[in-house]
Ligand binder design. Structure first.
Ligand SMILES: Nc1ncnc2c1ncn2[C@@H]1O[C@H](COP(=O)(O)OP(=O)(O)OP(=O)(O)O)[C@@H](O)[C@H]1O
Length: 766
């Protein structure tokens, strides 16, 4: 009897089970039908608009706006295809909401929402509701799909009094999270939109004004949170941020490649991802600095040093500069030039901008000299010249190339590149002998990352020497006005005779307005200029002085004081999210504390949040990594690992290192997923020679099954399995980074002594 009841219960559960699945499948099918319809409509609209060709200006403008908007929508629809809907909320009130990567509305008069964007306030209980605080929810459902097929449901009952069961209950509520954490890695970061945890959600949705620092140990989701925060802010402040763009700064190009798909998968494409080395338009950092050079270049004192370098280029004659003029010689001495220089400096303008003032003062001095010589009355010493004579003298001086040679010598026009390159070639006198030795190098165009903030500082000190740009702009503008004039003439000529007739007979003007009635060529040209079809992110990338709507800095602990100065210039509103972990600081120039970084810019007006759970590294691996840090910092407190795998990491000594590495790779390589060999750079050649399909190069391809990296390159990345080679060759923070990259398995190979901490831990770990 009892067994029979259980059986019938199980049967009805199974039935329920299937019914629930097929109901969700039906919903998802409907959703995709709507998406396909939207996509088709959008594609047609874009194609139609483009097919219109070059119609009148206004129509062209509207066409471009439409194409841009719809292409954005299309990109979003394409990006989220296959993983559109991932959750459902059942409210106690009886209402249900499906949650997805983007919001979708029905094609009805009310435009009823059918899928709620995860960033909308209605979706928030999906991330925050608990049995204790159910936020009006009865049940939370995670929907797992493969392509467009529903493969699993996980339900959490949040109203404990609710007796209804679906057969898909997930009693602990973390099955979907654990599956995501255990999944094989692909070499590309994935979004976590389905499983954002409450502490992470609070950071993601924090208000966008001001500076927020998010600190957390390895694997606490800092990068994931930063990216979802960007997506959230773009949703919440679309108007502002679509115009001003969001900048995300990461530690290196490989890392940017690693995170590059997360925002598109959330339907966002208009974000600029860049390293510090890419933030000066026209310059790409391709060379490397020694740690000593990077440290010196990163110091805040470099701002004063460069200012001094610029001032020194505002020279005084030694002892005189002689200018041949009108069969006479004019002598500019140091006292005269000092007056011109001091007056120019008083205006407080950047060097190149101030040059026009200096030119004026020098010309005045020379004009006075000439006027005195030729115009002084020999009897009473008065000047016999009238103002037009003086103007003529000045004009003649301004025609004399020797005058300009003298000015070029005393106040040369400078480019940031030239200034910084020359300074680095001859830093003596500006830096201590030791620091000068560290940074000195021949003049080169191969810039390093630490040079970029110096170039930016120099550009600020010099100001834009925009004569060439201004001349070009004026020429372009004249061309545009001429073009617009042409367009107007064509449009005038193409009017029908009837309209012309009407216009002429109508004293109030035409009944039919044509372009030239409402717009003159100048304004027409302006509109033409506005037709810059680049996205805000693209325009920002090309503009050194761009003010971003929000800046997110990942691995923020690595940035030097000079890099912060550069970033703060690009964020005049100080709307920033900084994520990092001081324990993972590797760069010699990295700033020690958040207060130290931020004090000069926002004093103590910044918020600090901490993420405390490690989602990546299993407890077994974390124990080993922490032992290394504790050897130096006994009080170090790591984040707690959310899972343990039961697989202990191993530490082994090797004689023939390449052979041992090849063997270990065969042992550790996951059937599916990625393995990283983290080894000092000088071993890469020898190791790559022993590993199939592995190349030694500066830019690793993270999607390959086995990747060879050094510890710095592994920053921010993760792999299913990691082999760390020669741990004693790394600094403590770099080693800590390397040891915390694995989601499943870790091996360590060494030939010599083990670093402190690892030796003791290894005794227990092997
Ligand atoms: N809520 C979550 N749901 C699913 N996966 C998560 C969640 N939070 C973090 N993860 C995963 O944990 C891993 C580590 O996240 P992330 O790289 O953002 O951490 P991090 O704090 O930046 O680490 P590190 O400082 O070591 O670079 C990633 O695979 C990420 O997808």
């Amino acid at each position: 009897m009892r067994a029979g009841a259980e059986l019938s219960n199980a049967n009805s559960n199974a039935e329920f089970h299937d019914k629930e699945l097929s109901r969700e499948q039906e919903f998802i099918d409907g959703l995709y039908a709507r998406v396909d319809e939207l996509r088709g409509g959008t594609e047609t609209a874009v194609a139609d608009a483009l097919a219109q060709g070059s119609t009148p200006m206004q129509a062209r403008l509207e066409r471009d706006v439409l194409v841009a908007e719809r292409s954005g929508l299309l990109a979003a629809l394409n990006a989220v295809d296959g993983s559109l809907c991932f959750g459902r909320l059942d409210l106690s009130s009886g209402t249900t909401h499906h949650i997805g990567r983007i919001g979708i509305r029905a094609d009805d008069a009310e435009r009823t929402p059918v899928l709620i964007d995860w960033r909308a306030p209605v979706a928030r209980p999906f991330y925050l509701a608990t049995g204790h605080t159910p936020m009006g929810l009865r049940r939370r459902r995670h929907i797992t799909t493969e392509g467009r097929t529903v493969t699993a449901l996980h339900d959490e009952i949040l109203d404990l009094g609710d007796q209804e069961r679906t057969g898909h209950e997930d009693p602990t509520g973390d099955a979907v999270l654990l599956a995501a954490l255990d999944a094989a890695r692909t070499g590309r970061m994935h979004d976590i939109v389905q499983t954002i945890q409450a502490e992470q959600d609070r950071v993601i949705r924090a208000p966008h004004r001001g500076v927020m620092v998010v600190e957390g140990g390895p694997g606490t989701g800092k990068t994931a949170v930063a990216l979802h925060r960007a997506a959230y802010l773009l949703y919440e402040h679309r108007e502002l941020l679509a115009r001003r763009a969001v900048l995300i700064v990461g530690p290196n190009p490989a890392f940017l490649g690693y995170i590059g798909e997360v925002l598109p998968s959330l339907g966002e494409t208009g974000v600029l991802l860049a390293t510090v080395g890419e933030l000066y338009p026209g310059v790409r950092a391709t060379a490397a600095d020694t740690p000593e050079a990077a440290e010196v270049k990163g110091r805040i004192a470099m701002a004063d040093v460069l200012a001094e370098v610029v001032r020194d280029r505002q020279a005084l004659p030694d002892p005189v500069v002689a200018i041949e003029h009108d069969r006479d010689v004019l002598m500019l001495d140091a006292d005269l030039v000092r007056v011109a220089r001091d007056r120019t400096r008083e205006a407080g303008l950047p060097h190149n901008v101030a040059r026009e003032h200096f030119e004026g003062y020098v010309l005045n001095i020379l004009t006075d000299m000439v006027a005195e010589r030729i115009g002084t009355d020999p009897y009473d010493g008065s000047n016999l010249l009238d103002p037009s004579d003086i103007t003529q003298i000045r004009d003649e001086l301004a025609e004399n190339p020797e005058v300009w040679d003298a000015i070029d010598q005393l106040w040369p026009r400078l480019t940031p590149q030239r200034l910084v390159a020359d300074f680095l070639a001859g830093p003596d006198g500006y830096l201590s002998a030791e620091d000068a030795d560290a940074v000195r190098r021949p003049v080169t165009r191969a810039w390093t990352t630490a040079d970029v903030p110096l170039l930016d500082e120099a550009a600020e000190l010099l100001g834009q020497d925009d004569r060439v740009a201004r001349a070009r702009a004026e020429r372009e503008r004249a061309e545009q006005v001429a073009y617009a004039q042409g367009v107007l003439e064509v449009s005038y000529a193409s009017r029908t005779y009837e309209f012309e007739d009407k216009e002429e007979n109508d004293p109030d003007g035409s009944e039919v307005l044509s372009a030239h009635d409402v717009i003159d060529a100048e304004r027409f040209a302006e509109r033409h200029e506005e037709e810059d079809r680049r996205s805000a992110a693209e325009r920002a990338a090309a503009d050194r002085t761009w003010a971003f709507g929000h800046i997110i800095v990942d691995e923020a602990q690595e940035l030097s004081a000079m890099a912060w100065r550069m970033l703060m210039r690009r964020s005049p509103t100080r709307s920033m999210t900084l994520v990092g972990d001081p324990a993972q600081t590797g760069e010699a120039g990295g700033v020690g504390s958040w207060a130290e970084i931020l004090q000069p810019y926002v004093e103590d007006r910044w918020e600090h949040t901490r993420l405390a759970v490690n989602y990546r590294t299993p407890a077994e691996i974390m124990d080993l990594a922490v032992a290394v840090l504790r050897a130096e910092h006994p009080d170090f407190e790591p984040p707690g690992s959310v899972r343990s795998t039961g697989v202990r990491p191993w530490v082994r000594a090797a004689d023939d290192l390449p052979a041992a590495v090849a063997e270990a790779v065969a042992e550790l390589a996951p059937a599916e997923g990625r393995l990283a060999v983290i080894a000092p750079r000088d071993l890469h050649g020898a190791l790559a020679a022993r590993l199939d399909g592995v190349t030694a190069g500066a830019e690793p391809d993270l999607t390959r099954p086995v990747v060879l990296l050094d510890a710095r390159q592994s920053k921010g990345l993760e792999f299913d399995a990691v082999l760390v080679v020669e741990p004693a060759r790394y600094g403590t923070s770099d080693l800590y980074v390397a040891l915390t990259r694995a989601t499943q398995r870790l091996g360590v190979l060494h030939t010599g002594e083990l670093p402190a901490g690892l030796a003791q831990a290894a005794a227990g770990a092997v």
